[in-house]
Design a protein around this ligand. Structure first.
Ligand code: V47
Length: 373
């Protein structure tokens, strides 16, 4: 249990109280978080988040030139929301890249790339050395590129499978070239939700422990929430507060990315779609509750381009990058495509009245672009 206890029956604060706290940069409580979810006018929630975002980032909006690499989709756990996993190689759509195939993929990547994002299934037939060698080869081929690889769920799985501690897995991966961890696998921390959707993988406590350990070892990480299925307002607020508490005690988070549930090709897909304002509201609430997270990212792959542009006025200071070859959301029915051009990204940011800033994986500025073309 974490130290605060929002309780799912807590009462929401009065709206005016929340506004007053934001004006003076006072930390919001769980009850304030509920008020942000229950407030009928999402534009007002967005305006508050925008105020905080501009205080932190001015009118800049970040993006990165990145590419996704998903080495295997063979996975031994069944998460009800997943359209990416396959049980075995003989199934249609299943694949596992050899290290030589990884080399070839990396050789074809954009020479101006600054980040590679790697997420895999929990493949029971790959040895530990595969992952170490994969990191080594990518780092040798592209020493300037940051490798953001393996969600906490994967790290915890390797620790159990190969009889290592989480710190040992992270330490060996760091020595081989790992620079940062992606934020996936967090889903919703609520034990109720995890029991129903993903009972067989890392628990909320293990996910948090892995990120705490990574930060301790100097490996920065991201965090996500998977929303728009069976979770309640209170469970979302609880998720944010647990992340905020971890960042208070073991800083190292770079950005927070709300992931909108994609309904295709998965057992949970028959659920009704989330309310139309859910994407913008979750981004805004994230900006307001996660006051110690430097960045909030709009992930156009799940919310679409239009909402990603609007998100820059609802608390997000960052749009996911060029993302060549995204598979996890595309195999779960995302209709946003698996990559966009630099020109499209710049247009999206400028259309929102922001100044585009290309960053590297650690948010160092690679290039500032003019606000208008
Ligand atoms: O943990 C799986 C999510 C995550 C679905 O750190 C789904 O920058 C929506 O780690 N609908 C893995 N989401 C991806 C991940 C990630 C993604 C984007 C940015 C970053 C980052 C990391 O994908 C999983 C799960 O939460 N996911 N299936 C689905 N049907």
């Amino acid at each position: 249990m974490s130290a605060y206890s929002p309780g799912f029956n807590s009462r929401a604060s009065d709206w005016s109280q929340v506004v007053a706290k934001v004006e003076v940069s006072e930390r919001l409580s769980g009850s304030d978080g509920l008020a942000l979810y229950r407030h009928p006018d999402v534009a007002e929630v967005g305006a508050l988040a925008n105020q905080v975002c501009e205080r932190m980032n001015g009118r800049r909006a970040f993006f990165v030139r990145n590419q996704h690499l998903n080495p295997t989709n063979i996975c031994e756990v069944d998460c009800l929301f997943c359209g990416f996993k396959r049980d075995r190689l003989s199934q249609p759509g299943a694949y596992r890249l050899s290290l030589e195939q990884v080399d070839q993929t990396v050789a074809r990547m954009d020479p101006l790339l600054t980040e590679i994002h790697i997420v895999s299934g929990l493949d029971p037939d790959l040895p530990f050395e595969y992952y170490v060698e994969l990191l080594r080869r990518i780092k040798a081929a592209r020493p300037q590129v940051h490798i953001k690889a393996f969600t906490a769920v994967e790290i915890v799985y390797y620790a159990h499978k190969f009889a290592k501690t989480i710190a040992e897995v992270l330490g060996e991966f760091k020595a081989a070239g790992l620079d940062a961890l992606p934020g996936g696998g967090a889903e919703v921390f609520s034990a109720r939700v995890r029991r129903k959707l993903c009972p067989d993988k890392a628990s909320a406590e293990e996910w948090l422990e892995c990120h705490r350990e990574a930060h301790r070892l100097g490996i920065p990480t991201n965090a996500t929430i998977l929303y728009g299925h069976i979770e309640t307002d209170g469970e979302r607020v609880d998720h944010f507060l647990r992340l905020r508490e971890l960042e208070d005690h073991a800083p190292g988070f770079l950005t927070f990315i709300p992931l909108a549930f994609q309904h295709g090709n998965n057992p949970l897909g028959r659920l009704r779609a989330a309310p139309a304002d859910a994407d913008l509201r979750n981004l805004a609430v994230a900006r307001l509750l996660l006051d110690n997270f430097p960045h909030i990212k709009a992930y156009w792959v799940t919310i679409g381009m239009e909402a990603a542009g609007q998100a820059l006025r609802y608390g997000a200071d960052e749009i996911e990058g060029t993302v060549v070859d995204e598979r996890i959301m595309n195999m779960a029915g995302s209709r946003s495509g698996s990559g966009i051009s630099l020109e499209q990204l710049l247009g999206l940011i400028r259309g929102a009245g922001r100044r585009p800033v290309e960053r590297d994986a650690l948010y160092n500025v690679v290039r500032e672009y003019p606000a208008a073309a």
